[in-house]
Write a protein that binds this ligand. Structure first.
Ligand code: IPD
Ligand code: CA
Ligand code: CA
Length: 264
């Protein structure tokens, strides 16, 4: 894999692996936890430490970079500058509760498109990498989406925003609509991992509302490079900066899953 990867992708990988090492060391230990908006929207000292480390490293390698990162913010870039979109710890609630499902997600964008995506799951040592036009990989091996062609045979994943009690986009009803079909559905607690599991064929489809750009930028490129499809729930194009609905599938189930999500 390495021979075809750009310098940008390789640096993104290095940043994600190093942050993953930091999170692995902190996981299960004692650390400070506080709430952001709402009691369940947590942030730990490791979210901040990982983000600071990632940005310092990327800035040292690409000094002219711009950044959009969950904890320190940033702007949606309109320039041609290289922009990094970073979720230093996707799955903070899991991390804070000692549940070993979380990831580091780093995307690089240039000219209005994501050119590299890296998601690292430190506890399983799984590194998902995609480069635009260059394919998608898990620990160096090419990955493809599943070939499941009927929704009734699929396994799905979803997630919920922190303002779930407000039921944005009727997400609770959409979830129960899927449950009523009797389909197996998982809620792992890290959208970046959910997307990578679609890219690698573990899940056939994933949907969520109100994802932030740092939750989905890298994972979306993984899915596209692995042969899958990503859109809004109604199949129209997704703007990753819009906090809109996200539907990600192996492609074959896209229409069928969209239909279920549109039936309200
Ligand atoms: C959250 C996770 C979760 C998803 C939420 C996200 P965080 O990110 O990705 O799976 O359902 O919408 O906000 O807060 O752990 O970085
Ligand atoms: Ca996140
Ligand atoms: Ca986060």
């Amino acid at each position: 894999m390495d021979k075809q990867l750009s310098h940008i992708t390789l640096i993104g990988i290095e940043a994600a692996l190093a942050a993953g090492e930091l999170l692995r060391q902190g996981f299960g230990g004692t650390f400070s936890v506080s709430s952001k908006s709402g009691v369940h929207n947590l942030v730990t000292e490791y979210d901040h430490r990982a983000e600071e480390q990632i940005i310092a490293f990327l800035r040292s390698e690409f000094p002219a970079s711009e950044f959009l990162a969950e904890e320190s913010g940033g702007e949606t870039s309109s320039s041609e500058a290289l922009q990094w979109i970073i979720d230093p710890l996707d799955g903070t609630v899991n991390f804070a509760h000692g549940i070993p499902i979380f990831s580091v997600s780093i995307a690089a964008r240039q000219g209005g498109e994501t050119v590299s995506g890296v998601v690292y799951q430190p506890i399983t040592h799984e590194l998902f990498v995609a480069q635009r036009g260059g394919g998608a990989f898990l620990n160096g091996n090419p990955i493809r989406v599943s070939s499941t062609s009927e929704l009734k045979n699929g396994i799905l994943a979803t997630g919920f925003p922190y303002n779930l009690a407000e039921n944005p986009g009727d997400c609770i009803e959409h979830f129960t609509d899927i449950l009523k079909q009797g389909l197996p559905i998982r809620r792992l607690g890290s959208a970046a991992i959910d997307l990578c599991y679609v890219a690698s064929g573990r899940f056939d489809g994933f949907f969520e509302i109100s994802l932030a750009p740092w939750d989905c930028a890298a994972g979306i490129l993984l899915i596209e490079e692995a042969g899958g499809k990503v859109s809004r729930w109604n199949e129209t194009p997704l703007d990753i900066f819009s906090y809109d609905s996200v539907l990600a599938t192996n492609g074959r189930l896209h229409g069928a899953l969209s239909k279920v999500l549109r039936q309200r």
